[in-house]
Write a protein that binds this ligand. Sequence first.
Ligand code: ADP
Ligand code: MG
Length: 289
Amino acid sequence: MSIETVSLSYTYNQGSPFEVRALDRVSVKIGDGEFVALIGPTGSGKSTLVQHFNGLIKPQSGKVLVDGMDLSDRRTNLRQVRRRVGLVFQYPEYQLFEETVLSDVAFGPKNLGHDESESRELAAAALRAVGLDESIFERSPFDLSGGQMRRVAIAGVLAMGPGTFVLDEPTAGLDPRGRGDLLKHIVKLREAKNITVVLVSHSMEDVAKVAERVMVINRGRIEMDGPTKDIFSRVDELEGMGLGVPQVTKLMRVLKQAGKQVREDVLTIDEAASEIARACLGAGSRARV
Ligand code: ADP
Ligand code: MG
């Protein structure tokens, strides 16, 4: 699926003394099958932008197009758009409400008109896809760990079969292991179903690991947009916005400044290890990681 915004602006509490301009002429295009990250400091407009992608927030000025359909057009079926663009909110576990895990996840498919047994099957498949197995299906979602609850909530959106999956800070508040696991499942899902993924994150490590392209938003404006490596090579600009770069990228920069002939566009520990081995230990040697 493709999503496009054209000069999209949004102001909260418009016309009151509490006006906040959250988006300022944002034009972005996300193509079918892309894995894009949206990063930016707190309050920069990330959540406001992604809530436009499925019509949850109506454009005040500018346009949002989903597969070419204009969401401001009255003829556009918004219900269908919401189903196709699955949005997982920040802290989605607060929206769990059913008595069992399986019925919670089956709620969406039922709402879309699937019968009881189909809904349960779709729910079970979505739960397995995020790494949860049968043993918890009949438990109360409220008895699970934080990471498990988060995955149940994500499965609830997945069970509706979205073509685009928008995740707003899906790993926030999880421990490193929970974060790593969840990311792995997101990557696998995207590969298995060839869905478009938009990942909102303030973890540069997460973004470096999974995204092919990064959009940087600051004070409601898109300030950078490009391949992940290119964006993370702009360390000074990112730091100027209060954003960091992955630790390994920083390490390479320090080595370079110390006179070592290493590449700086390194994003993962494995890449860093072989680059350091090549430049510092001589060609042919390999670092053990
Ligand atoms: P982010 O997700 O990047 O942290 P948001 O999109 O949540 O940013 O917020 C962008 C700006 O809009 C911030 O200044 C925030 O305080 C403001 N804002 C967000 N939601 C509301 C709201 N419901 N009412 C008023 N202001 C809001
Ligand atoms: Mg947010």
